[in-house]
Write a protein that binds this ligand. Structure first.
Ligand code: PFF
Length: 451
C-alpha cells in the first residue's frame, strides 16, 4: 500500500481534532441545551460526562486508530483478525455521512447569514429565519455551496487540506468568538445572562438532563462515528495521545462556554427565554445585535458578520472530518481514487441533505416516528448511533484487546510516564464506567420514547 499521509505533530493533531470537535454543536446546540436544562448546573454534569464517559471513549478510538493505522474496517481487522469486529466499520460509514447531510444544511444557513450580515439585511425583522429555512432555492443553494467547500478541502488531502485548513482556522475562530463575547457582554441587561451561566439551578437536573449531557458530549467530541479513530490513524507513533485527547476536550469545552457567553447575555438582554430552542442563534442574535447594540450601524454589521463567519468556519472543520472517515474507507478498503471517493460521498450527503432542507418547507408534513426528516436524522445520530458506536469501541478496547497492547499504545511503549500512571484509572473507565453509563442512557431514552 502507498505510504499513508500523517499529521505533522502534536499541535496539528490537536488543531485537526479540535477542528472536528468544535462546530455547530458548540455554537448552535450547546447554548440552547444549557438553556433548557438549568444553566450552570447542566454545565457541571456536562463536564463530568466529558471526563468519565466521553474522554475514555476518545482514548479508546485513538488507541484503535493509531495501532491499527487504517480506516475503521482495516484497523479492526488488523487488531482482531478472524473476528467479526470489523463490521463496526459499517456504522462509521453510515453515521458520519448522515450527520454530514443535515449538518451541511445548517452550515449552508451560516453562509447565507454571513452574506446577509455584510449586505446589512439582517436584523431588520425576526420572522426572517422561519421564512428563509422554509423556502426552497436559497437554503438548497447554500447547502450545495457548503458541501462543495467541504469536498474541496477533503480532496486536497490530509496534510494539504485538513491539516492546513484547521491549523489556520482554529486560532482565528477563537478570536472571532471572543469579539462576539465582548460585544454581547456590553449589551444592556447582559448581566442576567452571565449569572444564568454561572449560578447553578440543581432543581432542573432531571434524568433527561443527564441523557442530554452525555448526548451532547458525544456529539461535541465527534465520538462513536470513527472520526477520532481515523484522525488518530494519521498520528505519528511518537505523539502523545493523552495530550491530544485532553487538549481537544479542553478546547472544545472552552469554546462551548465562550459560545454560551456570546449567546446567553444577548438572549437575556432581549428579554427572551434561555430555552428558546435551536432557532436562537440564527433568529434572535442578528436581531438582538442590530436592535440593542450600541455603536454605529457598521459595528453591528461587523459583529453579526464576525459571528456567522465563526459559525461557518467551525462548521467546515467539523464537516471535513465527517467526510474523511468514509473517504479513508473507500480509498483503503475499496481502492477508489480519492477524488472519486470524495465525489460519491459528497453527492450522497448532498442528496439526503436536500430532503433535510426541504423538511423545513414543502416536506414539513413528512414525518418519521413523529419527527421531521431533519429532526429524525439528528435524533437517530446523537441519541442512538453515536453512543452505540462509542459503546462498541470502548468494549473492544476494554474487553477484547489485551490490556498490555492498550497500555503500550496509550503510553508510547512506556515512554510517557504520566500516561502509564493514569492507565489503571482509564482502564476502569473504559471497561465499566463508560459502557454502563451509555447503557443507562439508552434505557432512559427508550423509557422516554415509550412514555
Ligand atoms: N463535533 C461536531 C460539533 O460539535 O459540531 C459535530 C460532529 C463532527 C459530529 C464530526 C460527528 C462527527 F463525526
Amino acid at each position: 500500500m502507498k505510504n499513508r499521509e500523517q499529521f505533522s505533530g502534536n499541535l496539528t493533531i490537536i488543531m485537526a481534532m479540535a477542528g472536528s470537535a468544535i462546530g455547530l454543536g458548540n455554537i448552535w446546540r450547546f447554548p440552547y441545551i444549557v438553556g433548557e436544562y438549568g444553566g450552570a448546573a447542566f454545565i457541571i454534569i456536562y463536564f463530568l460526562a466529558c471526563l468519565i464517559i466521553a474522554l475514555p471513549i476518545f482514548f479508546a478510538e485513538s488507541v484503535i486508530g493509531r495501532r491499527g493505522g487504517m480506516d475503521t474496517f482495516g484497523s479492526m481487522k488488523k487488531l482482531a483478525p478472524g473476528s467479526k469486529w470489523y463490521k463496526v466499520g459499517m456504522l462509521t460509514i453510515i453515521s458520519p455521512i448522515i450527520i454530514l447531510s443535515y449538518y451541511s444544511v445548517v452550515g449552508g444557513w451560516s453562509i447565507h447569514y454571513l452574506l446577509e450580515s455584510f449586505g446589512g439585511a439582517l436584523g431588520q425583522e425576526t420572522g426572517h429565519f422561519g421564512e428563509f429555512i422554509s423556502s426552497v432555492e436559497a437554503p438548497i443553494l447554500a447547502h450545495t455551496v457548503f458541501i462543495a467547500l467541504v469536498a474541496a478541502i477533503v480532496l486536497a488531502g490530509v496534510k494539504k487540506g485538513i491539516e492546513k485548513f484547521s491549523k489556520y482556522t482554529m486560532p482565528v475562530l477563537f478570536i472571532l468568538i471572543l469579539v462576539t463575547v465582548i460585544y454581547s457582554l456590553t449589551l444592556p441587561g447582559a448581566g442576567r445572562g452571565v449569572s444564568y451561566l454561572v449560578k447553578p439551578d440543581f432543581s432542573k437536573l432531571t434524568a433527561q438532563a443527564f441523557t442530554a449531557a452525555v448526548g451532547q458530549a458525544f456529539f461535541s467530541l465527534s465520538l462513536g462515528v470513527g472520526t477520532v479513530l481515523t484522525y488518530a490513524s494519521y498520528m505519528r507513533k511518537k505523539d502523545n495521545m493523552l495530550l491530544s485527547g485532553v487538549g481537544t476536550a479542553s478546547f472544545d469545552l472552552i469554546f462551548a462556554l465562550l459560545a454560551g457567553f456570546a449567546v446567553m447575555p444577548a438572549v437575556f438582554a432581549a428579554g427572551l427565554s434561555p430555552a428558546s430552542g435551536p432557532g436562537v442563534v440564527f433568529e434572535t442574535l442578528p436581531y438582538i445585535f442590530s436592535k440593542m447594540g450600541s455603536g454605529a450601524a457598521w459595528i453591528t454589521i461587523c459583529v453579526s458578520g464576525i459571528f456567522f463567519l465563526a459559525v461557518l468556519m467551525a462548521a467546515l472543520t467539523s464537516a471535513i472530518s465527517m467526510l474523511e472517515v468514509g473517504v479513508a474507507y473507500l480509498v483503503e478498503e475499496k481502492h477508489l481514487k480519492r477524488s472519486r471517493a470524495v465525489l460519491y460521498l459528497s453527492l450522497f450527503a448532498w442528496s439526503v441533505g436536500l430532503l433535510c432542507s426541504l423538511s423545513f418547507g414543502p416536506l414539513a408534513d413528512v414525518t418519521i416516528l413523529g419527527n421531521s426528516i431533519f429532526d429524525f436524522l439528528d435524533k437517530l445520530c446523537s441519541n442512538w448511533l453515536l453512543p452505540f458506536g462509542g459503546l462498541l469501541f470502548t468494549i473492544f478496547v476494554g474487553w477484547k484487546m489485551p490490556s498490555a497492547d492498550v497500555l503500550e499504545e496509550f503510553s508510547n511503549n512506556g515512554k510517557k510516564p504520566l500516561n502509564v500512571r493514569l492507565y489503571p484509572a482509564l482502564r476502569i473507565l473504559m471497561r465499566y464506567v463508560a459502557p454502563i453509563g451509555i447503557m443507562i442512557i439508552f434505557l432512559n431514552s427508550i423509557l422516554g420514547d415509550l412514555s
